[in-house]
Ligand binder design. Structure first.
Ligand code: DON
Length: 576
């Protein structure tokens, strides 16, 4: 443990005056009334609360919650997956990003999801053993623990072992999802049916309690032997055996060489607030900042008026076109982060927007970047802040619900389907309807482009005021953006900001000559009929979708801290 971290645990954090973050200066958070955990599943939230009460810091709690959601919320989190985390450290005075995203195995090739006719075989990138990237979660948590952890590794995994072994409550939302996906996996294309043993492992989920004994054993090995157990030990052997059964690509070498990456977050300003979010290989931070930069060039419009929704749809068309063209893993593609997040670029790009007329999405192309700047179905977001102001924003995923549906036999966890986040062929949409180009084509060792946007917002005075994030594939960016706008532009409490209706546009229409805006089909989140009529009058088509996003967020006001979970799904908040 570093000296500064030690000092932090001695509760000196928060008393220190001015600190630098990401090249700018903001004040460290004051000592807060209490710590809080907002998680999408209540037993996992409680695990985090208990770690904080035991004297662990926010990162200790995050590691414990990560393993706990990997057990209780397998639809969107798992040790067979990966994710991204932001950590705001008031003591060291910075925000750092941890990338524990999956990587393409060494045997992966650009055209691996194309059939003989050169067409994309989409199911192959979602349900076969080829769908899985090399999982990042366990080494991600280990890297965090090494840098920030104060409680022993095994102690942080124990609550998840207990949940997997002794059983956990299955809430109605989760039971519904297990039934829904069970039916879906049972009816999957017969090429994949034999390898998908979802029904076998998750049959307990159809009752109100379930346990996952094989997962308990795997977690116990990881707790006792350390993270390398997953990458070079018995768990690695079990993963490779599963790959052999399904002709997958992940080898022992792929597992042994997996590394998480510490990155510098993306930073932007919006009406005086500082927004910090995830850099590539997520598109989240870049697109969020580009969006906000364009929005800032307009006057604030009444919330949920046709004009406001139209303006945001017009901006979305432009930023998602840029996403498709320019974004990918920075280790493989030259991602022009600086140019895309530049305010001048946003001003020029926003010039073509007419508040009275719709732009045909077919006419939208990626923007001309004047300067190329070289810089280096289901998901789970949780947010945690401890009393010392150490804050964690973490989004983790299996990609589609329960990932590929393939359980590593004998190990009790599912494999992700993250390979679908690559662009299998230029211009052909993935399961989220987003397209990509060369920047996001498949290559050995490369990380697929993401939309996950763990985010922190700082007040004009420099105080951390919001910690948030969401699942939802490409809609993540719209969700995070709108909760920020509800809070900053429309001055809503956090609970209201999360609860207000959301909408989404992402540019490439799946059907030609259409211009769809997604709206939520749940009546609780309905926009006014007059607003919808006005949008249709402008020529938009309205696409009713399941509730958009699942935000777990924390708001800090002075010493007061409030956690909120999204009532669109299930979830919980636990206090220190
Ligand atoms: O990384 C991404 O952007 C996607 N794999 C996230 C998937 C997701 O959020 C699904 N949730 N509903």
């Amino acid at each position: 443990m570093s000296i500064s971290r030690l000092l932090s645990t001695l509760s000196l954090a928060g008393l220190i005056g001015l600190v630098a973050a990401c090249g700018t200066v903001h004040r460290s958070a004051p000592l807060l009334e209490r710590g809080v955990v907002a998680a999408p599943e209540s037993q996992a939230a409680e695990v985090g609360g208990e770690i904080l009460r035991r004297g662990g810091n926010a990162v200790d709690a995050a590691i414990a919650v990560q393993f706990a959601v990997s057990t209780t919320n397998a639809i969107g989190a798992g040790i067979g997956g990966g994710g991204f985390m932001l950590i705001h450290d008031p003591d060291a005075g910075d925000v750092v990003a941890l990338d524990y995203r999956e990587t393409a195995p060494d045997g992966a090739r650009r055209d691996m999801f194309l059939n003989e006719d050169g067409e994309v075989d989409a199911l192959l990138s979602v349900h076969s053993a080829l769908a899985a990237g090399v999982p990042g979660t366990v080494r991600g948590m280990a890297a965090l623990h090494e840098r920030y952890g104060t409680l022993p590794w095994a102690e942080l995994i124990q609550p998840a072992i207990d949940l997997a072994e002794d059983g956990f409550r299955v809430d109605p939302w989760t039971a519904g999802k297990i039934a829904e996906y069970g039916a879906k996996f049972a009816a999957v294309d017969e090429r994949f049916r034999e390898q998908i043993e979802f029904q076998l492992y998750f049959r307990g989920g159809l009752e109100d309690r379930m346990s996952i004994p094989d997962l308990a054993k795997t977690l116990r090995r990881i707790a006792e032997r350390g993270p390398d157990e997953f990458y070079t030990g018995q768990t690695a052997d079990l993963i490779v055996e599963e790959m052999d059964r399904g002709h997958g690509l992940i080898t022992k070498e792929d597992l042994a060489s997996y590394r998480p990456v510490w990155r510098e977050p993306i930073e932007g300003q919006y009406r005086g607030y500082k927004i910090v979010s995830m850099p590539p290989p997520s598109s989240g931070g870049v697109i969020l900042i580009e969006f906000l930069n364009m929005l800032e060039t307009f006057d604030r419009l009444p919330l949920h008026s046709p004009e406001q929704i139209h303006l945001q749809a017009e901006i979305a068309k432009r930023v998602f076109a840029d996403r498709a063209e320019y974004l990918g893993d920075p280790a493989f593609a030259d991602v022009p982060v600086g140019a895309l997040t530049n305010k001048e670029y946003a001003r020029a790009r926003a010039k073509g927007i007419d508040l009275k007329r719709r732009t045909d999405p077919g006419s939208i192309k990626a923007g001309d970047l004047p300067v190329r700047v070289d810089t280096d179905g289901q998901t789970t977001h949780f947010s945690i802040v401890d009393r010392n102001g150490l804050a964690v924003s973490n989004t983790t995923t299996m990609n589609t619900g329960y990932g590929s549906g393939i359980v590593v036999d004998g190990a009790g966890f599912l494999l992700n389907s993250q390979m679908n986040d690559f662009s299998a062929k230029p211009g052909v949409p993935n399961v989220y309807g987003v397209t990509g180009s060369e920047a996001n084509e498949i290559a050995a060792g490369k990380r697929p482009l993401s939309s996950m946007s763990p985010t922190m917002v700082y007040s004009p005075e420099g105080d951390l005021v919001l910690v948030l994030g969401s699942p939802g594939g490409s809609t993540i960016i719209s969700t995070v953006l709108q909760v920020i706008l509800h809070s900053i532009d429309y001055d809503r409490s956090l609970a209201e900001a999360v609860d207000l209706p959301r909408f989404h546009h992402q540019w490439p229409p799946l059907l030609p000559e259409t211009d769809p805006i997604s709206i939520e089909d749940d009546g609780r989140y309905a926009l006014a009929r007059s607003t919808l009529d006005a949008l249709m009058e402008l020529g938009y088509t309205l696409d009713e979708v399941e509730p958009i996003g699942d935000v777990q967020a924390i708001q800090i006001r002075g010493r007061d801290v409030t956690g909120v979970f999204d009532r669109r799904r299930t979830g919980g908040v636990a206090y220190q």
